[in-house]
Design a protein around this ligand. Structure first.
Ligand SMILES: Nc1ncnc2c1ncn2[C@@H]1O[C@H](COP(=O)(O)OP(=O)(O)O)[C@@H](O)[C@H]1O
Ligand SMILES: O=P(O)(O)OC[C@H](O)CO
Length: 507
């Protein structure tokens, strides 16, 4: 057993490894929860067929080694000063590898990928929907890991045989990284990541035989599920500049952000605006079953108990701004969207529904695609850009409405983070459309911060959640400025636009 006291006095930092959909980051935090230094590395996205998204798991691992090296060398920090490492990751993305060679047998299939949509349709037609919902808190959708693992076992020659012989391992990205960092010693995941696989019973907290049978996944492939704040193992020296540093925290990136935002009380919520938007509300030890298209998920497991969250998942948010920049070439940078949006008073009735990969919460429609409404001869680029930014806020309003209906809790304020929250126009419009103040914290890297806090708590670097919560600071609070009737009028337009979008399908 690792001793919390071990050389604790010399330790000044906790390292968070944040493995996201488009980039990997290593960030060192000090005792005050401040960023001391950070490094970021993008990696290749693979789109082998329309709607498919894959990553090379070795390239992800390489990007992690690169950011660890960069962060340590650029800061001249001695690895001996690092108390522990916390891992946070893009969730649901599935890797299957051979435990004898350490080589993945196929690319990592990414959460956004729709390549298992047909498997999902088949499972639904076989009547599995209620059973899945009642055990996992999720829906049968290509988003989650389970059907991705099935797809790999079905499509890679000899894979089923190897899996049956116990030669293959499955993991979400946290599992893959911990396995690599510990030199293959620890095959583990935490509760929050397990809860996104479609194979884990979140109410009984165990891998579920009926779900595994439905997917044809042998139990031997699965990692051990552990608390989110606990020592899982140590780095092997050759991956960490000669040091054996404990890896002592892990959580899916959205749950880590909830933790980093210090949303520890039931009813507190955060929304992260990155590639997609993910709003999570802490529901404490109660697992709230949604009637409005939300997911019930494990927030984390700490100190011998698990806590739950309600989640709304929006698949396209910041990536719609990237599309304006890279696809339509309307913008030089994502940040420029703010200037354009504020050059006009409104969108003049233009609505943009960015359903590029279908719609998540609360609609859950894989076949719908993006649309724009209300164009006139007077529509300008400014209206178009503003409508795209506003779509992030409307989608969030859809999620919040579902959350309030399911939980019976009326949100008092919304804590926000992620790349797009730098946009003041978006944040003000968000507050106006929700009718709720929006709070932006001083540390925007809350995902990494959450992973660092989980790791630091396990080794005594931080003592308690109360200590952590006292460090949370507002950088800017956006108060509601819009009148109720205007809010209702604008939102009614959005609902019509979504309805019309869902009515148009070529498939
Ligand atoms: N000022 C801005 N206004 C609007 N969107 C922005 C702005 N800055 C960044 N973004 C968007 O935020 C996203 C990046 O956020 P980030 O949290 O790094 O995403 P992820 O972790 O999903 O890779 C990009 O999709 C980008 O288009
Ligand atoms: O990597 P991000 O920040 O886009 O987050 C992805 C989510 O975890 C998907 O569920």
């Amino acid at each position: 057993m690792y001793k919390k006291e071990r050389t604790f006095m010399e330790k000044k930092y906790v390292m968070a490894l944040d493995q996201g959909t488009t980039s990997s980051r290593a960030i060192l935090f000090n005792k005050q929860g401040e960023i001391v230094t950070a490094a970021q590395r993008e990696f290749q996205q693979y789109f082998p067929n329309p709607g498919w998204v894959e990553h090379n798991a070795h390239e992800i691992w390489g990007s992690i080694l690169a950011v660890i090296a960069e962060v340590l060398s650029s800061s001249n920090i001695n690895p001996k000063e690092i108390a522990s490492i916390g891992i946070t990751n893009q969730r649901e993305t599935a890797v299957v590898w051979d435990k004898n060679t350490g080589n993945p047998i196929y690319n990592a299939i990414v959460w956004q990928s729709r390549q298992t949509a047909d498997i999902c349709e088949e499972l639904k037609s076989q009547g599995y929907s209620d059973m899945v919902r009642n055990k996992t808190g999720l829906l049968i959708d290509a988003y989650f890991s389970g059907t991705k693992v099935k797809w790999i076992l079905d499509h890679v020659e000899g894979a089923r045989e190897k899996a049956k012989n116990g030669d293959l391992l499955f993991g979400t990205i946290d599992t893959w990284l911990i396995w690599r960092l510990t030199g293959g010693k620890a095959h583990v995941t935490d509760y929050s990541n397990a809860s996104r696989t479609l194979m884990y019973n979140i109410y009984e907290q165990r891998w579920d035989e009926e779900l595994l049978e439905m997917l044809g996944v042998p139990h031997t492939m699965l990692p051990e599920v552990r608390p989110s704040s606990e020592v899982y193992g140590e780095t092997v020296e050759y991956h960490f500049f000669g040091e054996r540093v404990p890896i002592s925290g892990a959580a899916g990136d959205q749950q880590a952000a909830l933790f980093g935002q210090a949303c520890y009380e039931s009813g507190m919520a955060k929304n992260t605006y990155g590639t997609g938007c993910f709003m999570l509300m802490n529901t404490g030890e109660t697992a709230v079953r949604s009637e409005h298209g939300l997911l019930t998920t494990l927030a984390w497991g700490i100190d011998g108990k698990v806590e739950y969250a309600l989640e709304g998942s929006i698949f396209v948010a910041g990536s719609a701004i990237q599309w304006l920049r890279d696809g339509l070439r309307m913008l030089k940078s994502a940040a420029d969207s703010e200037q354009y949006a504020t050059r006009v008073e409104s969108t003049d009735g233009v609505y943009m529904v960015p359903a590029f990969v279908g719609l998540g919460t609360p609609y859950w429609d894989s076949d719908v695609r993006g649309a724009i409404f209300g164009l006139t001869r007077g529509t300008q680029k400014e209206h178009f850009i503003r409508a795209t930014l506003e779509s992030l806020a409307y989608q969030t309003k859809d999620v919040l409405s579902a959350m309030e209906a399911d939980s019976g809790i009326e949100l008092k304020t919304l804590r926000v983070d992620g790349g797009a929250v730098k946009n003041d126009f978006l944040m003000q419009f968000q507050s106006d459309i929700l009718g709720v103040p929006v709070e932006r914290p001083t540390i925007n890297e809350t995902t990494a911060l959450g992973a660092a806090y989980l790791a630091g708590l396990a080794v005594g670097f931080w003592k308690s959640r109360d200590e952590i919560a006292s460090k949370w600071r507002i950088e800017k609070r956006f108060e509601v400025q819009m009148q109720e009737d205007e809010r209702a009028r604008l939102y009614a337009g959005w609902k019509k636009a979504v309805e019309a979008t869902m009515g148009f399908k070529l498939k």
